[in-house]
Design a protein around this ligand. Structure first.
Ligand code: CUA
Length: 329
């Protein structure tokens, strides 16, 4: 029954056993080969061990001979069994090694050219996501990577501070993000869906709240999304929104950029299209107005240690700021 509870984790948005693309499917294959192989070996070893215990107990009770003579009259040699066990282990581990090398080579990002190039930078504790075209950044977002179904996506991974690890179990294997280094990996989603990713290298206090989403949609939907992302933020219109923009400039623009405005800092996530994102704080909260208000006023309460300081605002200021942020679709 306990095993059944554990099996409940084998599906869903963040499972390596529920692959949504070829890279994850290959890794799942390796997982099954090793799991089934290890299970067979475990059963064989446990069976031999049980046999030895039963025989030993019988002998101790005087039911059998003390040592069974071999056909040539000598007692069975235990060294032979030890050597046979060692040889079997070497053969199995060597075969797995060669098999895994072949599968690793098949995952090499240089094997095929990419349809889309995305640069992802690990930050404490969020993900900066830039869409590249001919080496130029055409759109920037955070904690959300949209991809068209069937496209091969090259991921250029870097880190701005400490070592992180980029992992979307449903789509690809792990790849470390190391300061001063560019690592490249790739993924392809073969069905539409939302795949959850998670930092897989302990990187400090909020390592657990360093998640992101990969959202795979049909090509037309992706193109429409990218067109929106490329656009600058709309100009503030109306008294609330205009006052909210002033609050943003006074309190937020030191760290956050909104393209199309004088706010260009890249210390925190780019907020140009914040309102279109599904989560806040790298997967910590659903992106709702109430959560956003709580996050703005006291992010430390939600995500202690994050680099977002508490912002003290009058209720009217907060109302206006939320009105402005809501226009950033
Ligand atoms: Cu970033 Cu763990």
């Amino acid at each position: 029954m306990l095993l059944l509870v554990a099996l409940g984790a084998c599906g869903g948005a963040q499972s390596a056993l529920d692959p949504g693309g070829p890279a994850a499917a290959r890794i799942e294959g390796v997982w099954w080969v090793i799991f089934v192989g290890a299970a067979l070996i475990f059963v064989a070893v446990a069976g031999l061990f049980t046999l030895a215990v039963v025989r030993g107990a019988r002998r101790a009770a005087g039911a059998g001979p003390r040592s069974r003579p071999s056909p040539d009259g000598h007692a069975a040699d235990p060294i032979r069994w030890i050597l046979a066990g060692a040889a079997a282990t070497v053969v199995v581990v060597a075969a797995l090694f060669v098999y895994a090398l072949g599968e690793t080579a098949a995952l090499d990002p240089r094997r095929e050219s990419a349809d889309i190039v995305v640069a992802v930078e690990g930050r404490r504790w969020w993900w900066d996501v830039a869409y590249l075209e001919g080496g130029d950044t055409i759109a920037r977002t955070a904690n959300e990577i949209h991809v068209p179904v069937g496209a091969r996506v090259e991921l250029r991974l870097t880190s701005a501070d400490v070592i992180h690890s980029f992992w979307v179990p449903g789509l690809a294997g792990k790849m470390d993000m190391i300061p001063g280094r560019k690592n490249v990996t790739w993924l392809r989603a073969d069905r539409p869906g939302t795949f959850r990713g998670q930092c897989a290298e302990y990187c400090g206090l909020q390592h657990a709240r360093m998640a992101f989403l990969v959202i795979a949609t049909p090509r037309s939907e992706y193109d429409a999304w990218l067109t929106r992302q490329r656009a600058e933020a709309p100009r503030p219109v109306g008294p609330d929104v205009s006052r909210g923009f002033d609050v943003f400039r006074a309190h937020c623009s030191l760290c956050h950029a909104v393209r199309g405005t004088p706010a260009v800092s890249r210390r925190g996530p780019d907020l140009t299209h914040l309102a279109g994102r599904r989560t806040l704080g790298a997967g910590t909260l659903a992106n709702t107005p109430a959560n956003l208000a709580g996050w703005v006023v006291d992010a430390q309460n939600v995500k202690p240690g994050s680099l977002m300081p508490p912002i003290s605002l009058e209720p009217a200021q907060l109302h206006d700021l939320l009105a402005y942020l809501a226009t950033l679709r």
